[in-house]
Design a protein around this ligand. Sequence first.
Ligand code: ZN
Ligand code: ZN
Length: 393
Amino acid sequence: MSQREWIEKDFYKDLGVSSDASADEIKKAYRKLARDLHPDANPGDTAAEERFKAVSEANAVLSDPAKRKEYDETRRMFSSGGFGHGGFAPGSQYTTGGGGFGGGEFNIGDLFGGGTAGDSGLGDLFGGLFGGGRGGTRTPTRPQRGSDVEAETTLPFREAATGATVPLRLTSPASCTTCHGSGAKPGTSPRVCARCNGSGIVSRNQGAFGFSEPCDDCRGTGSIIDDPCTDCRGTGVQNRTRNITVRVPAGVSDGQKIRLAGQGEAGLRGAQSGDLYVTVHVTPDKVFGRNGDDLTVIVPVSYGELVLGTTLSVPTLEGRVGVKVPAGTIDGRILRVRGRGVPKRSGGAGDLLVTVKVAVPTHLDEKATEALTAYLEAEKASGFDPRAGWAGA
Ligand code: ZN
Ligand code: ZN
């Protein structure tokens, strides 16, 4: 492929994405097309095969941020006529193959007659544009770290407070189990592309120009798989449903995110996996509420219990606790039980806050009514006036 072809090709169109598509959009578009057009899925269909090649080539460039930048810049340069006096005007002949200047270097001064590369500054410009053009010494295409994965889980209030082990079912691209992510059939392994020495880039000298472009032999990946793994079609990645167990720490609150390092998407070609982020939702509890690390609970009591005092049996996260209500406790008072709240990350736990709330009987039998009436008389006689000192009296 000549440079002109490279520039005239519309890799974005090949992948069906816009020229400002995100890396993720490109990855998704490529995965889908590669699956649909794969020769294994379309035996004997030469049109599909051509498309498959075009899509692979487009992805090799667009999935690599450096190559994509180079491609974008070069295209922009050409469309804006930045090369000046028709250096690459239609009709110019740039044949592929060796020739020109042997050493992989070119001197722009020769082209413009006199002057030096330093004078024009164009040497730097071309060097930057075409990836160095100095004989394919680029570092090999780096394995790509897997993406982070987001998941959600819902926990009952008490499990969130005490900590829980939650099974999660995740469907995401993961390292192929058959080939362990190499993309090569078990027993074989990918070999370094001989043409580009594993760099994924080939440099050519054509006429006065030297430049780099993605290697055709390996589609810019730097390695060649002679015998692709049939389970992942040589990609090294499979859509897999994973069942994993997530340890949710005690005291997690609604909406909190937990990070599990290395549990995200598998990296390509054995690269590091991404992380898994689990957002925890907490369902409310019938008994408990939360105020930070403090656990709150409302306990119904009778008027008499508040007047005379009592000991209440109050539920906690682990069991129950006896809470002493002193005689003469007013309605709505909050009693604090230290250390019986929600476990803290730093160790220890918050408090249990017990609110007493008077329950008023809506129906009393004759005996209780009589006793209460007698009580009110006695109360009055003892000098108690509920509205004494009340501003509204
Ligand atoms: Zn595989
Ligand atoms: Zn190659």
